[in-house]
Design a binder for this molecule. Structure first.
Ligand code: FAD
Length: 497
């Protein structure tokens, strides 16, 4: 059986590996001249930058792909565990080191803010409980097939649903638990891990801290892009066929006795026959551009999208001992910042600034005595704002804020600059509105309002990636590939009977 995959993002590549191990003949078509979509890299004047994701969690989701293929992960991919996850900086000079060791972290929080360490440990314990209750059901299975619901784990989850804290917002839950506004802010930040707003997203999302503090935060030794490159190498070793600069223009659907089935793909004007098709392209654009004459699931496609990002990739001509791999410089008014992103759809003048510096761990990512700064702020998704004006204003605000907090004239040290904004994210990866994570989770029903991993109307059409179930971010994009693999396996079993 022949499968055509649209897009070589991390989910497309992972799906290719899974389907190839089922014995299918797999071809991937990628519109860009490079692999990885959001998870790609580039180099400029001696500085290497990971273009998109910078935080690596759940490495076992990557490793299991090598195991499924009967290979040793260590032959392809290696990573280290972080002892300090993030350095947090506040305007009043407070610095908090988020140690991976939770007791040490809780002690640090108590010393720096007065927040009792027992409260922090209780919060992290509850975060773990929520993850254990929901992780397998919401993240590793289809939510759209009946057999996902007919089992003991799902029944257990339904009976314990009250523990998920879905009826108040993340901010309400955190404010009612912590006395220190600094710690409320620190834990509210986890809403941004899937592009949501802590003042709207349900407190269920307080499971996210467990991913970092319970399971761990990691750094791939050859940079984030090595997740893409090592999985692509595995796919090629297994015999997956990759074609770059190959923009899919149409999913060809055949109707027979009012039943629809995929027949192939139209790529750069040429027709390719396939028995199955998997789209890793954003779901909104898959329907609107590749299936324009099919019925559109408008309720799902019109769900509000997650936030986007504005990134300045800076080559910095000096080193900063106080900075680590992940650094956060908090806004003084977090609520205002989110109001601007999600309600006013603009950028706040005192944004929280995230700096990721891979040269702290991978020295050759920057010239000697220099650092590669991936400087990012959360911004609204693209709805036609005057981005050139917003980017110019934000650059000035970010440089001023970092200069003030690091006590340095930062502008003098920026020797290289590249910019990524919601428009370029949309143009480079086809993400609807340049959203980083597909739909936002600012709604307690969001998990049920993402598109299924299969088409309900067109046989043998499947969907993977950050814009469909279970959602955005590397671990979830990889989970979507697992779910597609499981669905295809079942379909093959039915066909063989
Ligand atoms: P994509 O990476 O978007 O890949 C889709 C691919 O399909 C692209 O290569 C595109 O070119 C191709 N394509 C689209 N249309 C066509 C077509 N018609 N024909 C052929 N090919 C097509 N996640 C984390 O886990 N941690 C982080 O720290 C993190 N930070 C992020 C920071 C930024 C700036 C961004 C942009 C994202 C971040 N994410 C992070 C999210 C993460 O990158 C994504 O959720 C994940 O990479 C999505 O992978 P994907 O395979 O679903 O989609």
């Amino acid at each position: 059986m022949k499968v055509g995959i649209i897009g070589a993002g991390i989910a497309g590549i992972a799906t290719a590996i899974r389907l190839r191990t089922l014995g299918l003949e797999v071809s991937i078509f990628e519109a860009n001249s490079y692999l990885g979509g959001k998870l790609s890299e580039f180099e400029v004047q001696g500085y290497r930058f990971d273009a998109g994701p910078s935080l690596f969690t759940m490495p076992h989701f990557v490793e299991e792909l090598f195991e499924v293929a009967g290979r040793n992960p260590k032959d392809y991919f290696d990573y280290e565990t972080l002892d300090v996850i993030t350095n947090y900086f506040y305007e009043d000079g407070t610095k908090i080191y988020a140690y991976a060791d939770t007791r040490r972290f809780a002690q640090e929080v108590e010393e720096k803010t007065g927040e009792k360490k027992e409260i922090v440990l209780t919060f992290l314990k509850k975060s773990k409980e929520k993850y254990e209750l929901t992780g397998e059901i919401f993240l590793r299975r289809s939510l759209h097939t009946i057999d996902s619901f007919l089992n003991r784990e799902t029944l257990w989850c339904i009976l314990n649903a009250y523990k998920l804290d879905a009826f108040r917002t993340m901010n309400q839950a955190n404010q009612s638990l912590f006395k220190s506004p600094k710690i409320v802010q620190l834990f509210n930040r986890y809403a941004t891990y899937n592009g949501s707003d802590p003042w709207q997203t349900p407190a269920t999302l307080n499971i996210i801290p467990h991913l970092e503090f319970g399971i761990g935060a990691f750094f791939p030794k050859k940079g984030m892009f090595s997740i893409t490159s090592s999985l692509a190498r595995l796919a090629k070793d297994l015999g997956v066929d990759f074609t770059l600069n190959a923009k899919v223009e149409q999913i060809i659907v055949k109707e027979n006795h009012s039943r629809k089935k995929v027949e192939g793909l139209l790529v750069n004007g040429e027709k390719y026959d396939f028995d199955m098709v998997v789209s890793n392209m954003d779901i909104v654009n898959t329907y609107q551009k590749l299936l324009p004459s099919e019925p559109q699931p408008t309720k799902i496609l019109n769900q509000p999208k997650s936030s986007s990002a504005l990134i300045f990739y800076w080559g910095i001509n000096r080193e900063f001992d106080e900075l680590a791999l992940h650094n956060i410089f908090f806004s003084q008014n977090y609520q205002q910042e989110f109001e601007h992103i999600f309600k006013k759809k603009t950028i706040y003048n005192d944004p929280t600034v995230y700096i990721n510096i891979t040269s702290k761990h991978k020295r050759d990512d920057a010239p000697p005595r220099c650092e590669n700064w991936f400087t990012m702020i959360n911004v609204p998704n693209n709805s036609g704002q005057d981005w050139d004006m917003l980017i110019a204003q934000s650059r000035e605000n970010i440089v001023k804020k970092l200069s003030r907090m690091l006590k340095v004239d930062l502008a003098r040290h920026i020797e290289v600059e590249q910019i990524l904004d919601p428009r370029s994210i949309e143009a480079k990866t086809s993400s609807s509105q340049g959203a980083l994570y597909g739909n936002s989770s600012n709604n307690r029903y969001a998990a049920f309002l993402r598109h299924a991993n299969f088409s309900p109307t067109i046989t043998n059409l499947f969907f993977c990636g950050g814009s469909v179930h279970p959602g955005g971010g590397i671990p979830l994009a990889l989970s979507s590939a697992k779910i597609v693999g499981d669905l295809v396996k079942k379909r093959l079993e039915v066909l063989q009977k």
